[in-house]
Design a protein around this ligand. Structure first.
Ligand code: KG4
Ligand code: ZN
Length: 369
């Protein structure tokens, strides 16, 4: 079954074509540059940009999925696509609405099943994505990402979604059956990294820039507080204290030199990841699992990967990452993959049943859609 999947939950207009877990195309139009001057996502601007770009992104995703086909847009949708999937939450309400409206229109016009998907479930299951051809990207030899045979996975599996909006440790009891073991009580990890980057004048979103600078810095050069130190049994993430401490420190250190920025970046990232990995370690110690899934924008970070790989290796657990960094941040391929499982289970709506489908900005992964 081939799915056309759409995600407009935040600032990326994303469309993909997937066939079960295989990614036939994964197209993204990032709005990051539009929002950078606001230091965060400006919702009305996001909505307008999604509206302006969505048709172009859908066309591009279809063309990339079927590059040799001479069929028109209409013919591709009619004959090659079996279902339409879309993120209904969590995310920015007015941004989500754009994708949902488009997906509804397509499902109705081309008479296809409609599959509403949770964005966080997408990130969580993104390590299951497979490239179109086995020759395409699958990690370099050092960081080889092993292919997953879904039938061989044994549940439960532990997962971490580390993104701009989320810091969730989730127990995957089965595909579609989840328990949240830890979540954030204030900022998400990516949000904290972005705010620290902004304090250092590195622009938005700053997680990846912070990572680069941190490589040249000394993580021990500054004393920043480890969030929730000694209270890991509360199973909560909290980044607001670390953020405030960073703010004071940056003010003290001004004027900032390149060396200071590198050291501050390294020190902040050190504490942000130490907090994250401590809770993951605790979760792995209390739940017997064979596999650990890592997804979300922050999972692109090499240092975080290294630390989590070590924690997993020490426990004989296999770490599973998306095969490409394009699948770490927001994308629609992950939405198509979740939709593929739902389709198999009959969890879809007919095109005449979509009247009450609406965005759910605070949708939880444990909620039924
Ligand atoms: O998954 P995502 O695209 O959006 C949400 O669902 O939130 O994640 C975006 C987040 C941003 O905070 C960005 O700074 C962070 O992922 N990010 C990184 C890296 N690349 C993106 N954080 C740390 N290191 C990176 N290499
Ligand atoms: Zn996301």
């Amino acid at each position: 079954m081939t799915t056309l999947a759409i995600d407009t939950s935040c600032d990326e207009t994303a469309v993909a074509v997937t066939e079960s877990t295989k990614v036939l195309s994964n197209v993204l139009w990032s709005q990051a540059s539009l929002h950078s001057e606001y230091g965060g996502v400006f919702p009305a601007l996001a909505k307008r940009a999604h509206e302006e770009r969505i048709n172009w992104v859908i066309e591009k995703a279809l063309k990339k999925a079927f590059p040799k086909s001479q069929l028109t847009y209409d013919q591709l949708l009619t004959t090659k696509i079996d279902a339409v999937a879309v993120t209904v939450g969590p995310g920015l309400a007015i941004a989500l609405e754009v994708g949902i409206k488009k997906a509804k229109d397509l499902a109705q016009k081309y008479n296809k099943p409609f599959i509403p998907v949770n964005h966080v479930e997408g990130h969580l299951l993104s390590p299951l994505a497979e490239p179109k051809s086995s020759k395409s990207e699958s990690g370099n030899s050092k960081n080889k990402i092993s292919k997953i045979d879904i039938n061989e996975l044994s549940f439960p599996i532990l997962g971490l979604v580390a993104s701009g909006k989320h810091a969730d440790v989730i127990l995957i009891k089965n595909i579609g059956d989840y328990e949240i073991l830890a979540h954030t009580i204030d900022d998400a990890v990516g949000e904290a990294l972005d705010k620290a980057a902004r304090m250092l004048g590195l622009g938005y979103p700053g997680g990846a820039v912070l990572e680069k600078l941190a490589r040249n810095g000394n993580p021990k050069s500054y004393n920043l507080p480890l969030p929730m130190a000694g209270q890991e049994d509360r199973m909560e993430f909290s980044y607001s204290g670390l953020k405030t401490a960073m703010y004071k420190l940056v003010e003290q250190e001004k004027p900032l030199t390149k060396e200071k920025i590198e050291n501050l970046a390294a020190s902040f990232q050190e504490m942000a990841f130490k907090h994250l990995t401590r809770i993951v370690s605790r979760s792995l110690d209390t739940h017997k699992v064979k596999d650990f899934f890592l997804g979300g924008g922050v999972s692109a970070n090499t240092e975080l990967r290294k630390r989590l790989r070590k924690i997993c290796n020490e426990r004989g657990i296999t770490i599973r990452l998306p095969y490409s960094k394009n699948l770490c941040g927001d994308n629609a391929a992950m939405i198509g993959i979740v939709a593929g499982f739902k389709l198999e289970k009959g969890e879809y709506l007919e095109p005449n049943e979509l009247k009450n489908i609406d965005r759910v900005p605070r949708l939880k992964i444990t909620e039924k859609i």
